[in-house]
Ligand binder design. Structure first.
Ligand SMILES: *Cc1c(COP(=O)(O)O)cnc(C)c1O
Length: 384
């Protein structure tokens, strides 16, 4: 049957034609496809402003800067995430601390967040920015997270790298009230792809303007916004220290083509999850639980084994059977880099216990029923 990865892109001839068309045009770097892609994502998510950038790591970095993160300030995030959710704080020179996860959703625990905020208030170490991660595509409990945000005064970034197309109550990810910036990733294993690519969304015009400056060297060109109004049309000003985090027009054209397919991608992922839910119900596995107010984009399908030894064994057996199971995630707070900054075992006990038992099964739109049946047959063989 060939190797079955845990995730991969879906590319059609239409997707390829969209990229080739840009290669024959006048614009290769940020050109007309970039605003079209940004508008398509705004339309699909309900966001007011969207900025396409080179990857989601860059998007997180810009969001942190635009929300005022700086040396001496503090960023909190979860440990059950990709490294970038924490590293963006370090790029700004901020301290990074980790909040534990909920044992059912594997997303940020509101109880752990509340307890840590109460302690931080007593210690005078409240966070400036919280990066909440919509793990596996399921939005966090934002009603309660936003209540705590209002009470303690931090800014909120939603790392929705797994969650374009997900909903929380009546709200689409990208326009959840109280979230300052939402970030998407378009890496090939994510929901839609541009090769490398990311986007940052906001409803705040001032933040959007700042993000636009930071994306391209800090350069301002709008005539009315220049400090020196006496110059000619050639003139531009660097008003802050920005970066080159632009997306190319080839990537944005692929993004536009992929956005047309997002509804079908989501439907296929949800159907595959329903098939796993049914087929695996009798095995000694904890299947992913869905909070009633959320509709997940289903980026990942993580199952829990009874203990660490059985997870290690099943991982080896599945890999030997050419099935690319994966672990999401090695706890970020236990990485050598973050240990050297003071994190240690026991800081996030739920995330640590989860990480020892979890295994992500193959989940992507192009996974066929026959391939999924092969994954299911192997799980039954190895677990019974
Ligand atoms: C993939 C991912 C990122 C980083 O995305 P890139 O586009 O590869 O930079 C950040 N956060 C989470 C949760 C991710 O899964």
């Amino acid at each position: 049957m060939g190797y079955i990865p845990y995730g991969r892109q879906s590319i059609t001839e239409e997707d390829i034609a969209a990229v080739v068309q840009v290669l024959r045009s006048d614009w290769l770097t940020q050109g007309p496809s970039v605003p079209l892609f940004e508008k398509a994502v705004c339309d699909a998510t309900g966001a007011s402003f969207a900025l396409a950038v080179s990857n989601a790591t860059a998007a997180l970095h810009l969001a942190c800067l635009a929300l005022g993160l700086a040396p001496g300030k503090r960023l909190w995030t979860v440990s059950n995430t990709f490294l970038a959710s924490a590293n963006c704080g370090r790029y700004c020179g901020a301290g990074v601390q980790f909040v534990d996860i909920d044992p059912r959703t594997y997303c940020l625990s509101v109880d752990a967040l509340r307890a840590k905020l109460e302690q931080a208030e007593r210690d005078g170490t409240l966070p400036d920015v919280l990066v909440a991660v919509d793990f596996a595509g399921q939005p966090c409990d934002y009603t309660h997270v936003v209540d705590l945000k209002r009470r303690y005064g931090f800014r909120l970034i939603e790392d929705a790298s797994h969650a374009i197309g997900a909903t929380y109550g009546d709200f689409r990810v990208g326009s959840i009230p109280g979230v300052d910036c939402t970030v998407f990733s378009f890496h090939p294993v994510k929901l839609i792809t541009t090769g490398e690519g990311g986007m940052v969304l906001t409803d705040d015009a001032a933040i959007a303007h700042q993000l636009g400056l930071l994306r391209s060297h800090g350069i301002e060109r709008t005539p009315g916004l220049l400090q020196d109004q006496t110059q000619g049309a050639w003139y531009y000003e660097q008003q802050t220290l920005g970066f080159n985090y632009r997306m190319t027009d080839m990537q944005a054209a692929l993004g536009c083509a992929q956005m047309l397919r997002l509804p079908a991608f989501l439907a296929r992922r949800r159907a595959l999850c329903a098939r796993y839910d049914e087929a695996l119900a009798s095995l000694p596995l904890v299947l992913p639980w869905q909070a009633p107010q959320t509709c997940s984009a289903r980026h990942l399908y993580p199952v829990l084994l009874p203990d660490a030894a059985r997870r290690a064994k099943l991982f080896a057996q599945m890999r030997a059977a050419d099935i690319g199971v994966q672990v999401h995630y090695v706890p970020v707070h236990l990485q050598p880099y973050y240990r050297a900054l003071g994190s240690q075992e026991g800081d996030c006990p739920v995330a640590e216990a989860y990480a020892a038992r979890t295994l992500s099964l193959p989940m992507y739109a192009d996974l066929s029923d026959a391939q999924q049946d092969e994954v299911i047959a192997r799980l039954k063989e190895f677990l019974t």
